[in-house]
Design a protein around this ligand. Structure first.
Ligand code: PHE
Length: 346
């Protein structure tokens, strides 16, 4: 009798003292396992005298049931506790401030090109494009710059070796300006129209703070029955005024480009000093910004338009240069070095 009580007391104590599921399993093995304490007792029953055997057997089985029930109860408690602990450890504090992710930003030249397209868009200009690998015909001949004419030297050219276009028998090159888009557009469209053509151009020349072998230009072309340089001046003034957010004056100085007649250099008020004179504008109050002029009759002709029917203006400027003035960037090469510290400011 006292044997069972002792065993029961000991086993229950061990069960309650188990502080993990693994320890509890040890206890179970110790008492109820194949050679566990209670199992031994049950096995020993065969040696117990007949008259006591039944009674002892009952008691032993009752004890086993108690222990089994107790172990099951303890196990589910320990499992619950485990679960609670895990939940607490994995808890997410949704009130904590988030981690910052580094976002990319648009390249300054993209930002300004979009701004420029938007401004010209409000004046009815649509965007046209042409290839960066051009033919000699579109880059020069069609623009009234014949072979061997000294005017070709105005553009230092990257020629593409060995390649000739069968259809035109002309060499290929990297376009030195966006003006070829004028011809391509006029070949495929009937005036009146107004377009801008932004794009990459290439010059075979030494680089410095204001020269790159690759940069961006924006071509403009407006053709109709009676389009004049007066229209051009107004378009330019509106464009610059909107882009720089202040009144801008524009002046034209006579100049020469083979594909326009008359041709002009376009100056705008110095953004730095507003025209009073400073080191940026060399005390003149003016900064050169674009080339422009009235489309040359030969250009109309090479695009298949009758110069007697149509007239218009064309202009071209460097997008990089405009961006440098707007954002006060001292060196054009910064646009192409991809230094994140520079780029992320835009
Ligand atoms: N294409 C000229 C250049 O690259 C600029 C220009 C365009 C001049 C249109 C006149 C008219 O220098």
């Amino acid at each position: 009798m006292s044997n069972f009580d002792e065993l029961k007391r000991e086993a229950l104590l061990a069960i309650q003292g188990a502080e993990s599921v693994v320890r509890l399993r040890d206890v179970e093995v110790k008492y109820l396992g194949r050679s566990g304490r209670l199992t031994e007792v049950l096995r020993g029953l065969k040696d117990v005298p007949e008259n006591e055997r039944k009674e002892k057997g009952k008691e032993a089985n009752a004890l086993r049931e108690v222990l089994e029930r107790e172990i099951a109860k303890c196990q589910s408690q320990l499992q619950d506790a485990d679960h609670e602990r895990k939940l607490a450890a994995e808890k997410i504090d949704i009130t904590r401030p988030g981690k910052k992710h580094h976002k990319g930003s648009l390249h300054p030249l993209t930002v300004i090109r979009r701004d420029i397209e938007q401004i010209f868009g409000t004046m009815g200009f649509t965007v046209a494009e042409g290839p960066e690998v051009e033919t000699e015909f579109y880059n020069f001949d069609a623009l009234n710059i014949p072979a061997d004419h000294p005017a070709r030297d105005m553009w230092d050219t990257f020629w593409i070796k060995g390649k000739k276009l069968k259809t035109e028998g002309k060499k290929l090159l990297l376009r030195t300006h966006t003006s070829p888009v004028q011809v391509r557009y006029m070949q495929t469209h009937t005036p009146p129209f107004r377009i801008i053509a932004p794009g990459r151009v290439f010059r075979y020349e030494a680089t410095d703070a204001s020269h790159e072998i690759q940069f961006y230009q924006l071509e403009g072309l407006m053709v109709g029955r009676d389009i004049s340089l007066a229209h051009f001046k107004q378009v330019m003034q509106t464009f610059l005024g909107t882009l720089f957010g202040k009144d801008m004056n524009v002046r034209l100085r006579p100049s020469y480009f083979p594909f326009v007649e008359p041709g002009a250099e376009v100056d705008m008020s110095c953004v730095q000093c507003g025209g009073r004179g400073c080191s940026v504008c060399k005390q003149t109050g003016w900064v050169e910004i674009a080339g422009a002029g009235m489309v040359h009759p030969h250009v109309f002709a090479s695009a298949g338009l009758n110069p007697k029917d149509w007239q218009g203006f064309a202009f071209g400027f460097g997008i990089d240069r405009v961006a440098m003035m707007k954002y006060k960037i001292p060196d054009i090469r910064m646009f192409y070095q991809n230094d994140v510290r520079f780029l992320k400011q835009f």
